[in-house]
Design a binder for this molecule. Structure first.
Ligand SMILES: [Zn+2]
Length: 601
């Protein structure tokens, strides 16, 4: 919980003379007048922390200064050198010292970097993405006529002033927006250089400055791609830049990592880290409940819109379903629009989440697997129903899985297919046939795409037969063919299951048919133009008088991994590997180690 401020607030109002640029006159007219000034107000939050608010609305940016035993740290530098000078003067006067050691950018925003040249002795720090953003801005400025490009924005502000703002506050906001944007436009047109940070970091960076630590942490692409939060634990100060602001909803990007966003703020909202002061890049200080409400908004909107897209809603339907008024009445005090930006920010957020929810990239856009088990593709494959993933095929551009509704009595999943086409994944497509565990997909000429699977009883019949057989379906141009039970000798009167297929179509499976070495044995059946005419028992040393199960065969048949409890193992079923010799026989199986369990490969 946020605590009441303990220190008395020293308020110093500084006035910055504003030199009106000639080109502003026709736009601002009598509204701004020739002597418009930006007021600066300095609030001493504690002996070591100074909060500097400029302007009378949320348009102008904030600056925070921390006086440490090893020097002065300034966070953000306003939009122009004149403001930087004013800030420098305020900080020097407040603390009675001039030892600036660090200047930190909360992000590479034009309204927070323009005065950086005023602190040449301070080391400039920002996120790794700051230099890239500054370069991009510079390139943009070289390719467009900025005065021309900004005309519609300035005109829109002027139109709002002319229309007569609803309140004196709204008028002040518009006037300050006009002042800020027109002046910034002129500065950029005449070559204002934004200085790049000398020190950048990727995830986090802590400055140990004697009596205090200044901890920097990257958020995630949202408002910009370089947003960091700055935490001074000794002062219970949290500077959140433009990530959150008191008066407007936070902005999401299609690149936002919502989990990270929530994670980096978790210690503060859950009270693990005490916070007394939350400083946004604009407007007055925020309270912790205010920040909480905005975080909840982010999480709810993200999950809701992502689910809506995965469930097949259109963007327009998602916008209606997650309308600001209907779903987020607790946020009605927050601005959905900026004075200088006509977009509906909430709808823009929905569009960005919509974009992010479109799956792209191999492997369903997921991180390749590591050594620690993790839930795979959360929000995509796992639902409240039961899923089993068969795997990725065709260079991870085809994904097959099955899904059984939880309320279904019988385990009768439908097989789903998702494909990566032109960089995007198609929505899951259900097969017309009901599946059963142990699928194997493969693609080979001339048969094309096929799925082998094992099925107890007959397709379409609810028998409880123990006779498990191997079936096959093909993918034809008009969709999946009817499932076909493979004729003998592949299927026998006993259990024939766990089909796996090599690159040339050779089928491996296990069976407890008569004529084996005992228990279940592993069998092999070569393909002749897609037909399996013969079946051979793999023989010793693979098969023994006990059970050999679950063959996993390499696509080129060079090795076989299987389960057995016959051989000297660690107990129960162990995994073994055996290599195919050039004469067609197999090497003695080698136990794959103590860590395996009974595993379905
Ligand atoms: Zn800003």
């Amino acid at each position: 919980m946020i605590k009441k401020k303990k220190t008395s607030i020293v308020q110093i109002v500084w006035n910055l003379p504003f030199f009106l640029l000639p080109f502003l006159l026709p736009l601002t007219g009598a509204e701004s007048g020739p002597k418009q000034e930006i007021p600066f107000r300095a609030d001493k939050l504690s002996d070591r922390v100074l909060f500097i608010k400029s302007g009378q609305s949320a348009v102008m940016s904030n600056v925070t200064a921390v006086a440490t035993s090893q020097g002065l740290v300034v966070i953000d530098a306003h939009y122009k050198p004149e403001c930087g000078h004013k800030i420098r003067q305020i900080v020097e006067k407040t603390f009675g010292r001039k030892d600036f050691v660090y200047l930190i950018y909360t992000h590479a925003g034009v309204d927070h970097m323009g005065g950086a040249s005023v602190f040449p002795e301070a080391l400039l720090i920002g996120h790794d993405n700051c230099p890239m953003r500054i370069d991009a801005l510079r390139e943009q400025l070289q390719s467009v006529d900025i005065r021309e490009a900004m005309k519609p924005r300035l005109q829109s502000i002027q139109d709002q002033i002319d229309a007569g703002p609803a309140s004196p506050e709204a008028r002040i906001k518009l006037q300050e927006a006009m002042l800020y944007w027109s002046e910034l436009t002129e500065l950029m047109a005449t070559g204002l250089e934004h200085i790049k940070p000398a020190i950048t970091f990727d995830d986090s960076l802590t400055l140990h400055l004697g009596d205090v630590r200044v901890k920097l942490r990257y958020c995630t692409p949202g408002y910009s791609e370089s947003d960091i939060l700055i935490h001074v634990p000794e002062e219970k100060l949290l500077v959140v830049g433009d990530i959150f602001n008191k008066d407007r909803i936070p902005l999401i990007s299609e690149k936002t990592d919502i989990r990270r966003w929530i994670d980096v703020f978790k210690p503060f909202v859950e009270g693990e880290e005490d916070v007394d002061y939350i400083v946004g890049a604009h407007d007055e200080l925020m309270t912790l409940p205010e920040l909480n409400v905005q975080l909840d908004y982010l999480e709810d909107l993200w999950e809701g819109v992502t689910d809506a897209r995965r469930e097949g809603l259109t963007l327009e339907q998602a916008k209606a379903e997650f309308s600001f008024e209907k779903k987020f009445p607790q946020l009605s005090h927050l601005g959905k629009r900026w004075v200088s930006w006509p977009h509906d920010l909430h709808e823009r957020n929905i569009e960005k989440i919509w974009e992010a929810a479109e799956l792209s990239g191999p492997y369903l856009g997921q991180k390749p697997p590591g050594m620690t088990p993790e839930l795979f593709a959360p929000g995509i494959l796992p639902t409240k129903d039961n899923e089993a993933l068969y795997g990725f095929f065709n260079n991870a551009t085809l994904c097959l899985f099955d899904r059984t509704p939880v309320d279904l009595e019988e385990w009768t999943p439908a097989v789903y297919r998702m494909e990566l086409k032109a960089g995007k994944w198609t929505p899951p497509n259900a097969s017309p046939f009901l599946g059963k565990h142990w699928y194997h997909y493969y693609k080979t000429a001339p048969e094309g795409e096929q799925v082998y699977f094992a099925w107890r009883g007959s397709i379409g019949e609810k028998t409880s037969s123990t006779d498990v057989n191997i079936w096959r379906v093909r993918m034809a141009s008009e969709g999946w063919t009817e499932p076909n039970k493979l004729p003998p000798p592949v299927n026998s009167m006993d259990m024939d299951t766990y089909p796996k297929v090599t690159a040339d179509g050779t089928l491996y499976f296990f069976s407890n048919r008569e004529g084996g070495f005992g228990g279940h044995d592993i069998y092999r059946s070569p393909s002749t133009k897609g037909k399996h005419m013969t079946v051979e028992n793999l023989g010793k040393p693979i098969n023994t008088e006990n059970d050999e199960l679950d063959p996993f065969i390499a696509p080129d048949e060079s090795y076989l991994i299987f389960c057995s409890k016959t051989l000297e193992g660690f107990g129960g079923f162990d995994l073994y590997v055996s290599f195919h010799k050039s004469n067609g026989t197999w090497t003695d199986p080698v136990n794959m180690g103590e860590r395996d369990q009974y595993v379905c490969l």
